[in-house]
Design a protein around this ligand. Structure first.
Ligand code: ASP
Length: 316
C-alpha cells in the first residue's frame, strides 16, 4: 500500500463558477495501468513518484493561476512525454518494426472540439500535434504519413526516432513483453471557469504491428471531455476500451442516467471491462476526482483547490 499525501499549498483562485464546497479547480493524471512490482527498489519507486509529482505540481500551479484546462492537460502530458519512464514520447514502447510510433488525443469539454494523431515517428510531443489537429484543421484524426506531413507545416518540434528509444523498452521488444508498468500517460482537468479537458498519449503496445491503433487516440474510447459531465483518460488493453467505447460510456451513464462519476467508472471497470484490463482517471463538472484501476498498479495523482495533492502507485 502506497499513498503519499502532500499539501500543495497553492493559493486558491479568486474566480469561481462553483458554489458550496466544490473545488474551484481539479486535476488528475496517470502514468499507465499495469503491473509494477511492489518490491521495486526504493530508487525505482522514487523515480515514478517524482515523475508523477512533477507533472501534478506543474498542472496544479497552472490551474491555481487560472489557466485554461485545455492548456493545462496539454502541458502536463508534455512533461510526462519527456520522462523516459513513461510509455509516451521519449521512452515509448517499440513497435514490431523496431521504431517507436505514437498515438495521442486531446479534447476540450467546452465545445467537444478534439484532435488526434496515430503512428507518428518524429514528433517530439505527439499531444501538441493532436492539439494542432484540433485547432488548425477541420479534421479530428490524422494518421501516419499524413500526420507527419501535417506536422511539416507546423512549428512542432521534430526529432529522429532514436530520441524516443530507450534500452529497457528495447529489451521489452526483444522479449516481446507487454511493458511491466503500462506507462501510457493521461491528464484530466477542470479549470476555474468550470471547463473540462482531457489528454492521453502513448507508444501503444510493445511489438504492435500492421498499423495497430489502440484506444488512446480514439475519442470516446481512451479520451473524452464534455463540460456537462466529465473529462476522462483511460489506460490498459486498448482493444477493450475501443470495443466498449469506455470513455464515452462513462459520460453517457452520467448524462442519461444521472450517475456520479465514481459510480459510472466503477461500473465500467467491474461490470464492462475484465479484471486486469486497465484503469481510468476522471474529473466531473463539480470537481469530483477519480483515479481507478482493475490492474495491480497505476501510477496516478490527484490535486485540487482544497489543498489535496495525492500520488499513488498501488492500491489506495
Ligand atoms: N491503452 C494503450 C493502448 O492500448 C496502452 C496502455 O495504456 O498501456 O495502446
Amino acid at each position: 500500500l502506497v499513498v503519499l499525501a502532500l499539501f500543495a499549498g497553492c493559493a486558491q483562485s479568486q474566480r469561481s463558477s462553483h458554489s458550496g464546497g466544490d473545488p474551484q479547480w481539479a486535476l488528475a493524471i496517470h502514468g499507465g495501468a499495469g503491473f509494477i512490482d511492489p518490491n521495486i527498489s526504493a530508487e525505482g519507486r522514487a523515480a515514478y513518484e517524482n515523475g508523477i509529482t512533477e507533472a501534478l505540481r506543474h498542472g496544479a500551479d497552472r490551474l491555481a493561476k487560472g489557466d485554461d484546462a485545455i492548456e493545462v492537460v496539454e502541458t502536463v502530458v508534455r512533461i510526462l512525454e519527456t520522462n523516459p519512464l513513461f510509455n509516451a514520447g521519449c521512452g515509448g514502447v517499440f513497435a514490431a518494426d523496431g521504431t517507436v510510433k505514437h498515438d495521442a488525443s486531446i479534447m476540450d469539454g467546452r465545445d467537444l472540439s478534439c484532435g488526434a494523431t496515430t503512428g507518428t515517428t518524429t514528433v517530439k510531443h505527439p499531444i501538441t500535434l493532436a492539439r494542432k489537429v484540433m485547432t488548425d484543421t477541420r479534421f479530428v484524426f490524422l494518421s501516419g504519413e499524413g500526420a507527419e506531413e501535417f506536422a511539416d507545416g507546423t512549428d512542432v518540434e521534430r526529432v529522429d526516432n532514436s530520441y524516443f528509444q530507450t534500452e529497457p523498452r528495447r529489451r521489452d521488444l526483444e522479449k516481446r513483453l507487454r511493458t511491466d508498468a503500462g506507462g501510457t500517460v493521461g491528464c484530466v482537468a477542470m479549470d476555474t471557469s468550470g471547463n473540462l479537458a482531457a489528454a492521453t498519449s502513448t507508444g501503444g503496445l510493445t511489438a504492435k504491428k500492421w498499423g495497430r491503433i489502440g484506444d488512446s487516440p480514439v475519442v470516446g474510447a481512451g479520451t473524452y471531455a464534455d463540460n456537462r459531465t466529465c473529462a476522462l483518460s483511460g489506460t490498459g488493453e486498448g482493444e477493450q476500451y475501443i470495443r466498449h467505447a469506455i470513455a464515452h460510456e462513462v459520460h453517457a451513464l452520467m448524462l442519461h442516467k444521472g450517475w456520479s462519476l465514481e459510480r459510472a467508472c466503477n461500473h465500467v471497470l467491474t461490470d464492462v471491462l475484465k479484471p486486469d484490463d486497465g484503469g481510468i482517471i476522471g474529473v466531473s463538472s463539480t470537481g469530483e476526482l477519480i483515479t481507478l484501476t482493475n490492474t495491480p498498479s497505476m501510477t496516478r495523482g490527484k490535486a485540487d483547490s482544497t489543498g489535496r495533492f495525492e500520488i499513488s502507485i498501488w492500491e489506495d
